[in-house]
Design a binder for this molecule. Sequence first.
Ligand SMILES: Cc1cc2nc3c(=O)[nH]c(=O)nc-3n(C[C@H](O)[C@H](O)[C@H](O)COP(=O)(O)O)c2cc1C
Length: 185
Amino acid sequence: MKILAFAASSSSKSINKQLVRYAADQLADAETELLDINNYELPLFSEDKETELGQPELAKAFLERIGNSDALIISFAEHNGSYTAAYKNLFDWASRIKPKVFQNKPMVLLATSPGPGGGSNVLATATTSAPFFDGEVKASLSVPSFFENFDSEQGRITDNKINVQLISAVKSLLENSTSDLKQAV
Ligand SMILES: Cc1cc2nc3c(=O)[nH]c(=O)nc-3n(C[C@H](O)[C@H](O)[C@H](O)COP(=O)(O)O)c2cc1C
């Protein structure tokens, strides 16, 4: 099973990247790939830019990475209650090439932030809209107060209850799969 995992964040110190890495690591036998959306930076989307540039190779490559995977784990950073501009821009470009961006992939959606909201607004938006883009959401989880619940040095969740929820969310991707789950709790 090939899992593509990424944070919908453009921060080099992204806490969502830390979370998504930990989540992907819980699938012991799966082949996990971490994608960095910073490597897919494109001009600000507009129909004028699209007329000028056509279908950018980077947007095609992003879609291909999704297409070549068996499942997705995405962790969303929340900016002003919504997607980061970096993710939304890449998604807009990709959606003009292939409207069904998620290509029928099963997916687990996560979000975290330093505050108690844990990115729950962006997570709700992402979860509600995923089926319109042929994303099959198996589970979603918001992790509140990141720095209280995650040890960045060890790269793991410290709160047992949240950890159990995360393991359960990730495990939902294993339905109809032979991959095993690491003994993490
Ligand atoms: C422009 C901006 C807007 C933000 N808006 C929110 C917000 O609406 N809700 C929230 O929980 N955190 C918000 N934050 C704080 C982010 O959650 C925090 O920067 C977090 O580290 C982003 O995730 P990342 O590190 O994965 O990029 C905002 C941060 C920035 C820079």
